[in-house]
Design a protein. Structure first.
Ligand code: EPZ
Length: 429
């Protein structure tokens, strides 16, 4: 298994191109199941999760073609990919595939809407919490689907087409919003989704569905209204820049110091996080080509944060922010409200010398003057990258094990950081 070796202490200076967002690309790819026409997606990041979803979609009969390759474009860079689900050959998403990536459960929405049936494995537990699927099932039931759960599979049927309805999410869920929005595009009549997720990835998906001929208004607010149509066609859609990658590198600069332009980054996608990073003492400047982050000389101020659905502080930046706070001049409190078990990085940050105590859903971080490099390992994507950030600021060598977590969500991580002066390399084994 590959590892990443870092030697901390260098400031970061230069430019980091921000890739297309993983969490936008995945639902956009799944939307290709809604039409027999070709859906072309631009700026698709080259990540393990994207490759895995390509395999899963292939199992349902989706063909794909990588094109639009720029002359000097290298393997590993964001790409333009066309997806065509001319014939759905299988409406079953098996356990072996769904258990590898939770988002693959989302195929249930388009398969049910287009084919009138879907049999999708329950995704099961995962490292950051139990993550049930009750909201998906309640929502699809409200659209008239008959739902059974048998032998670890959800079997959903809607032989005479889904039927529009009003559904109020009891809790905000990004995935369930994606799924119900996709399903409702082909339902009969009007669907109103209330207390819907407002994440930018939902807006990206709604824009794509509308380009395919859907009739959706209100995405980005908590009420989304969808008028069902008989069929959808192909379209071309660009994946938005990755706000979590943006926030991660901004925090890396806030921690290690330096001056970096995050190219293509959009401040409106993560304003709350940028405001918090600015409060820690870094300077954040939106420019025509992205976001410039600088921190020179000053200490890191402690700031308390609580994770919330968009537009609040994202749970996907909580671990990285904790990394930053480990070297703040004082005490900060970080409260996780989205997932019940998203603190696996605490133990590992402690291995680097961080002082963190946990009480329920709140971590209290007492900033230390210096972290010291150590071998570390994490069990999820964002936790792993928090260790990279901390390692960049720590004294000496840090080796991050289980790099495959990073490969799921960070395109060319080592190259982007070493291009800004970090000492970082991949050790293949
Ligand atoms: C998406 O997951 C993201 N994944 C996650 O990013 C992100 O952390 C999360 O949204 C929150 O922003 C993708 O976009 C692929 P949810 P999702 O449904 O949709 C509970 C990363 O690192 N819930 O909004 O699965 C759930 O347990 C990943 O890139 C139910 O109770 O998250 C959680 O507590 C990790 N019942 C809360 O809702 C349900 O039926 C929010 O989860 C569904 C969810």
């Amino acid at each position: 298994m590959d590892r990443i070796r870092l030697v901390g202490g260098n400031k970061l200076n230069g430019r980091i191109p921000i890739s297309g967002a993983k969490n936008a690309a995945l639902p956009l790819m799944i939307a290709s199941l809604l039409t027999d026409d070709t859906l072309t997606l631009e700026n698709v990041p080259h990540l393990a999760d994207v490759e895995q979803l390509i395999r899963i979609l292939g199992n349902h009969g989706v063909d794909y073609a990588v094109n639009g390759r720029r002359e000097k474009q290298q393997e590993g860079y964001s790409r333009t990919i066309s997806f065509t689900a001319r014939n759905i050959v299988d409406t079953t998403a098996p356990y072996e595939l769904v258990s590898k990536m939770r988002a693959s459960f989302w195929v249930i929405g388009p398969l049910l809407a287009r084919m009138g049936e879907a049999k999708v494995s329950l995704p099961g537990g995962c490292a950051i919490g139990t993550r049930p699927v009750d909201l998906f099932l309640e929502g699809l039931d409200a659209l008239g689907a008959k739902i059974d759960v048998e032998n670890g599979y959800v079997i959903a049927k809607a032989k005479n087409r889904l039927k529009g309805n009003r559904f109020v999410f009891p809790k905000v869920s990004v995935g369930a919003t994606h799924v119900l929005m996709m399903a409702a595009t082909l339902a009969r009549g009007e669907t109103v989704l209330e207390n819907a997720a407002r994440e930018p990835e939902v807006v990206n998906l709604a824009d794509c569905l509308n380009a395919m001929g859907a009739n959706i208004v209100g995405a980005g607010t908590s009420t989304i209204t969808i008028q069902g149509v008989d069929m959808l066609s192909g379209a071309r859609q660009k994946v938005i820049p990755d706000r979590i990658e943006t926030g991660t590198y901004a925090m890396a600069v806030a921690m290690a110091g330096g001056d970096v332009l995050l190219e293509n980054a959009r401040p409106d996608l993560l304003q709350t996080a940028l405001d918090v990073i600015a409060q820690t003492g870094a300077e954040i400047t939106p420019t025509n080509s992205g976001i410039r982050v600088t921190r020179n000389g000053h200490g890191i101020h402690p700031v308390d944060v609580t994770t919330e659905p968009f537009p609040g502080f994202p749970t996907d930046l909580q671990a990285q922010f904790m990394g930053l706070m480990t070297m703040a001049k004082g005490r900060s409190r970080i409260t996780e409200t989205i997932f019940e078990n998203r603190f696996m990085h605490v133990q590992e940050l402690a291995r680097l010398g961080a002082h963190i105590s946990l009480s329920g859903q709140t971590a209290t971080v007492e900033g230390v003057d210096m972290l010291k490099g150590a071998p570390v390992m994490a069990t999820d994507l964002r936790a792993s990258v928090s260790l990279v950030i901390a390692g960049l600021a720590a004294e000496g060598e840090t080796v991050v094990n289980r790099v495959y977590h990073l490969d799921r969500g960070f395109e060319r991580l080592e190259e982007k950081l070493s291009g800004c002066g970090a000492v970082i390399e991949r050790l293949s084994s």
